[in-house]
Design a protein around this ligand. Structure first.
Ligand code: NAP
Length: 497
């Protein structure tokens, strides 16, 4: 923490169409995790009062935004897509500097966000219910989807552009007003996203952003009676408590949380392809994706060959500042995440066989929170390393005797976000798709990724509430109303209740 008395850039709040300096005296200093000499800026820890001001602005803006025809709302979102595309390099640079992922990963995230805006703009023309035949004569029955009011978007640091966008775009298109709380670690990237909505010409008070701690700003959003729904992505620790508290307030909540995603490699798999996908899934974005590959479940018959290829390929990865050309992997997002990675590496050294990495990278070129890409072999399916989410560049290899054991091991964790299988055996592919307990599954492709037009979210401890992205995203942000119109013009005679 630092006191506000410095010339460093200060992240402002966006409330009622204006960029306002928080009155907070406490700030959080953000440094580039790839170069600790570089101060990105100061993030004020805004107060509950400032959060309430944003909620009030969103509440006041709701009536007019709700009455704006959905396709007109969609045109503003389409404009935001265009502006984001035009500013993609600038936005990706801000993201790399603040979060640490490589520029190519950051650019990929921005392009994905443009796709989401583009898709949701189109959905504005399709928000509708269904007409359903009534049992009564001359009765017309149908459903309509209506906005909720003020909704909150509470987001993590690992996808600081696309997660805010995949919450805000459907919320806005559906006619809600929004208070967005970015992760404190990536507040400047969040502010750039809010600025793009502003540049698209959206009315004052419709999108708002407040920076500050989860315990104050986030909690105020959860507790405030004028916030009708909370869409949260982040850790299980925070999400479970938020969901429980939201339920007691009868608040609509959606929580997307941790993962422990397996890639299953069967004996007939295309091993070079499986190696490429494993390396990409485990180490791109420093393993800090919710869909990152963290467990390899490989059939014993090909395990030695696969592991040897995997280690050789991983050795070729270049780790460094994501803004330098040719880098494959950046640093951990902050000291705390790096310590978590190193803690699990120490656990792994006791539980399994370390094949590669296993340490912090220091020395010239490593003035940041760098952790070497790390691989453990002979990891037991029920060990700490195989069960806990690490959220860093640490990969566990679990050897199994056959497909049945592979499926059992893949499902043996409390999480259920993403999974993948490498095989050409059609029967096993279909069995896997049927039985794997994850919200997203891939066949012969990496565990990571997600497209704007397809639903995204997890099962078991990973996710509660409705899915995000795709057409279904609108459902969380709308209330369904059922309408009966009787045009007989006389008293009802049938016994329908
Ligand atoms: P986190 O610590 O739970 O924080 C997420 C957000 O919640 C941040 O904005 C945080 O604010 C806020 N927050 C913290 N305490 C709060 C409280 N008491 N009330 C309301 N809000 C509160 O998670 P993270 O470390 O940023 O993100 C990493 C986690 O996200 C991983 O577990 C990862 O798997 C998960 N994730 C899941 C998905 C998915 O779709 N399933 C996608 C991406 C990430 P501060 O920043 O101020 O602490």
């Amino acid at each position: 923490m630092a006191t506000v008395a410095t010339t460093a850039q200060i992240c402002r709040n966006f409330i009622n169409g204006k960029w306002v300096v928080s009155a907070a005296t406490r700030t959080s200093e953000r440094r580039n995790p790839a170069n600790l000499d570089e101060v990105v800026g100061l993030v004020p820890l805004s107060s509950r009062e400032e959060t309430r001001a944003a909620i009030a602005a969103a509440k006041a803006a709701f009536a007019a935004w709700r009455d704006t025809p959905a396709p007109v709302r969609g045109r503003i979102i389409a404009k935001a897509a265009l502006i984001m595309y035009q500013q993609k390099d600038e936005l990706a640079r801000i993201l790399t500097r603040e979060e640490g992922k490589t520029f190519k990963d950051a650019l990929g995230e921005v392009i994905k966000s443009v796709n989401i805006l583009d898709f949701m703009a189109g959905e504005s023309k399709r928000i509708g219910g269904e007409t359903v035949p009534s049992e009564l004569p001359k009765n017309f029955a149908y459903t309509i989807k209506q906005p909720l009011g003020v909704v909150a978007a509470i987001t993590p640091w690992n996808f600081p552009v696309s997660i805010p966008v995949w919450k805000m775009a459907p919320a806005l298109v559906a006619g809600n007003t929004v208070v967005f709380k970015p992760a404190t670690l990536t507040a400047f990237t969040g502010a750039k996203v809010a600025e793009i909505f502003e540049q698209a010409g959206i009315s004052a008070g419709v999108p708002n952003m407040v920076v500050g701690s989860g315990g104050e700003v986030g909690d105020e959003l959860l507790q405030h009676p004028d916030v009708k729904a909370v869409s949260f992505t982040g850790s299980n620790e925070v999400g479970c408590e938020l969901y429980a508290q939201g339920a007691r307030k009868m608040k609509k909540c959606q929580c997307e949380m941790g993962g422990k995603n397996p890639i299953v490699i069967l004996a007939d798999a295309d091993l070079p392809l499986a190696v490429e996908s494993t390396v990409f899934g485990a180490f791109a974005s420093t393993g800090q994706r919710c869909t990152a590959t963290s467990r390899v479940v490989v059939e014993e018959k090909v395990a030695d060959e696969f592991v040897a290829m995997l280690v050789e390929r991983t050795k070729k990865l270049k780790t460094g500042n994501g803004l330098d050309p040719g880098m494959d992997m950046g640093p951990a997002v902050d000291e705390s995440q790096m310590k978590t990675d190193l803690h699990y590496i120490e656990v792994g050294k006791k539980e399994a066989k370390l094949l590669l990495g296993g340490e912090r990278l220091t020395g010239p070129g490593y003035n940041g929170y760098y952790v070497a890409p790390t691989i453990f072999d002979h990891v037991k399916w029920d060990s700490t390393l195989a069960q806990d989410e690490v959220f860093g560049p640490v990969l566990s290899i679990i050897r199994v005797k056959d497909f049945d054991e592979a499926l059992r091991v893949a499902n043996s964790v409390r999480y259920g976000l993403s999974s993948s299988i490498y095989t050409n055996d059609a029967a096993k592919i279909f069995e896997f798709i049927d039985k794997i307990e994850t919200g997203i599954t891939h066949v012969n492709s990496p565990t990571v990724g997600g497209e704007a037009q397809l639903p995204f979210g997890g099962m078991k401890a990973t996710g509660v509430g409705l899915r995000e992205m795709g057409r279904v995203a609108i459902d969380f942000y709308t209330e369904l109303k059922t309408v009966y119109i009787d045009y007989t013009g006389r008293k009802r005679e049938s016994n329908i209740y």
